[in-house]
Design a protein around this ligand. Sequence first.
Ligand code: AMP
Ligand code: MN
Ligand code: MN
Ligand code: MN
Length: 269
Amino acid sequence: MGYDLHVHSIYSDGSLSPRELIEKAILRELEGIALTDHDTIAGLPEASAVATELNFTLIPGIEFTTDLGQSEVHILGYDFNLHDSALLQKIAAIIESRQERARAMVQKLQRHGIDLAWEKVVQLTTSKFVGRTHIFQALLAEKLINPGVAKEAFHHYLGKHGLAYIPHREIDTIEAIELVNAAGGVTVLAHPGRMGNDLLIHKLVEAGLQGLEVYYPAHPPQMVQHYLKLAADYGLLVTGGSDYHGIRGQNRLGEAQVEQLPFVLKSLL
Ligand code: AMP
Ligand code: MN
Ligand code: MN
Ligand code: MN
């Protein structure tokens, strides 16, 4: 009966629409979910309309892929002003930059003799968001990789050390935190256990970070205890979510959640 504060839809790299996500959440008896698509808020109008229709709590959100030096850090933003012009401009610039990056990755594949047309990638997107998932799905759809070794193929072509990989250079972590805070939102470090470097947290807190995603499928109980303590020491909010992508065999909706909302939703004020 809790809240899953980390969920992706077809507007980024998930496989379900906001309506399907909310219907599933209601079946799972969740009280609410946050839609936190990567680098886009394009799914939020549909999500909030469906939530209103079905009398369900939808927390508006986003998950930014950010750079902190050489580290990739994921920052969740919640309940910010959806019309904040600085935030909207930055999101548009990130999406633009993602388009260029994905295009360049496809060109790299082509240079390695993989005959994948850019149009095949774009066909698989719902919004302007494009990422490695879409390139991968296009490679599978075009039978350019063998589904039997899909995991290895992802690694080989698109993994961090893959032939066609290009790193993200879209937004600095501190800038993302400041932008979301300035738009009246709540900023949370996503899956700190996956980041694996707690020393970075201090700097993020100084920049205005408000919470830690303590409850997360890949965080074993000991790690949860560790981050609960860290959150208490820094005076941070404790959040949690499943990082559900609607993909069979991966995290399940509601697999990690919080019993109560760690912040007051503006729409409830
Ligand atoms: P991007 O943000 O464009 O760098 O893409 C990251 C996304 O790629 C992740 O959110 C996943 O959806 C996808 N991804 C990462 N690793 C794998 C993998 N081994 N197999 C399939 N998809 C993956
Ligand atoms: Mn993802
Ligand atoms: Mn993430
Ligand atoms: Mn995520």
